[in-house]
Write a protein that binds this ligand. Sequence first.
Ligand SMILES: C[S@@+](CC[C@H](N)C(=O)[O-])C[C@H]1O[C@@H](n2cnc3c(N)ncnc32)[C@H](O)[C@@H]1O
Length: 181
Amino acid sequence: MDSQNTQTDNSTEFRYIDGRRFHNVETATYPLPNDDDELDRLHLQHFLLRYIWQSNFSAPIKHILSNPDIKILDVGCGAGSWSFDMATTYPLFEVVGIDISPLQPTQIKPKNFKFVKANVFDGLPFENNTFDFVFQRYMITGCAKEKWPYLINELVRVLKPGGFLEVCLFKKKLILNLFTY
Ligand SMILES: C[S@@+](CC[C@H](N)C(=O)[O-])C[C@H]1O[C@@H](n2cnc3c(N)ncnc32)[C@H](O)[C@@H]1O
């Protein structure tokens, strides 16, 4: 990174390096950008994954899908692709997305979606036993190996007894290959 090409915008929400926009949270190590190109990539990735799996989740939650009052949490929700998709498909659910950066549209969004800006490593800002389903996808580059136990404990803490947790990762070897080639 070239510090001469680094600048922070007035709101201090983001910083810019070599023409790309990044989060500006001192305590977060997440390295990827969060500008329009990245949000487009995340949306495309979401629809590709949904097509490949023919579903938005793998957890065995089909039995709760027709219940009202279901609360789900999307941790590191990014552009909101998964959250918006779930909130639209299940309008009776309450869908909460958290992220270090507010990246989702604020005007056009499902009424049952709420965004909370938070760093998961400061602790999830929810009471114990709050959610029926907690989902986290591809936050791997933002979580150092030694922080996983803390993170998993937090994800489980906010789950209701009998709730479901789904964490989607990709193989580290794949990332290494991507950076090596
Ligand atoms: C690769 S994106 C995935 C977004 C979304 N889960 C999806 O599948 O489209 C990872 C997201 O995690 C967020 N993130 C990284 N570190 C975080 C942290 N410590 N707390 C909250 N969100 C974080 C990033 O801002 C980014 O939006």
